[in-house]
Design a protein around this ligand. Sequence first.
Ligand code: UT7
Length: 337
Amino acid sequence: MAIEIVATGRYLPTRRVTNDDLAKTIDTNDEWIRSHTGIGSRHYAEPEQATSDLAYEAAMNALENFAPGKAAETALTLDLVIVATSSPDYYGFPAVACIVQDRLGATNAGAFDVSAACTGFVYALDAAAGMLAFGNRKRALVIGSDVLSKITNWDDRGTCVLFGDAAGAAIIERTDAPSTGAGKRGLIHSVLHAQGSGAQELKCERGGTRNPYKDGETLEKATHLYMNGRAVYNFAVKAFTDVMQELLDLEGITMERVKKIIPHQANERIVQAAAKRFGLPEDKFFMNIEKYANTSAATIPVALDEYAHTGDLKKGDIIMTVGFGGGLTYGGNLIVW
Ligand code: UT7
């Protein structure tokens, strides 16, 4: 029995905003953003688009890629819809996954959200795989979707230029392929970690039960995203390389056996630091931060879908995902395609 990714999909909102566009209203410039992060542009959701709208489009794209013209039929075969997000349509509930489940007509699926910020897809993929390994479940839809532009503090130039909106999706399935030995397929290892001592470094301060809204207060900025960039950067570089090494050790292989690393992309320099530490060429990592910026839980599934469509990824290739983000959380997956 193996847990295999059988289709992927993505959705980027149509509105594309370059660094120069941002510099018209924010005290920033293309040179700073590119040299400090590698970001050139990002996509933003329209005012009427919420996280579930992006998630739905990415899911439809994955369903179409799985069986063209049969999205509705395939949706009925789903046992689970899981959405990783930190910018849900509604605070607390209903889950984004329930809204997506309804729009897809996936009436046989259970649905819930995973809150692990930018590591969300890594966590959700492993949760789905574990749930498919038991009971009668066979097929799951795992989505990473975030619309951070709606919780961005536009007065904080240190964070507002970093993020974009997107969604990515994967359909995973329990198959008869072997999961050990020669010819093994699918998700073979995951590592999931948290360093909750860093919870305050990346957060939305107000609106939850710790600091609820109060009548008459104007709280907009306090409900927006706060990040201690330097602290998160330092955490990320170590977390990133630790996860890479841990996944290699679990499988007992060296990096030569890994075809591509699909990283969370918060800052190109974090990936460059990891490449340097492992002595790897930068093209070992599939990068798209220049086009999309940091799309939080969507980054890894969007990059995975783009990479899968390059034609470079062949059956039997080993790939690795590596994520890190709010929580603080970090982790990765090792997958035989
Ligand atoms: O996905 C979630 C995980 N997130 C991350 O992993 C993000 C990790 N952190 C980072 O990537 C980096 O810390 C940042 C990109 C957020 C910041 O880069 P930095 O090199 O640490 O910059 P800094 O915050 O130390 O700021 C350096 C300078 C400051 O000016 P002074 O005080 O040296 O005069 C800032 O005011 O750059 C200035 N600055 C900007 N200048 C132009 C900060 N933001 C901007 C901006 N445009 N957008």
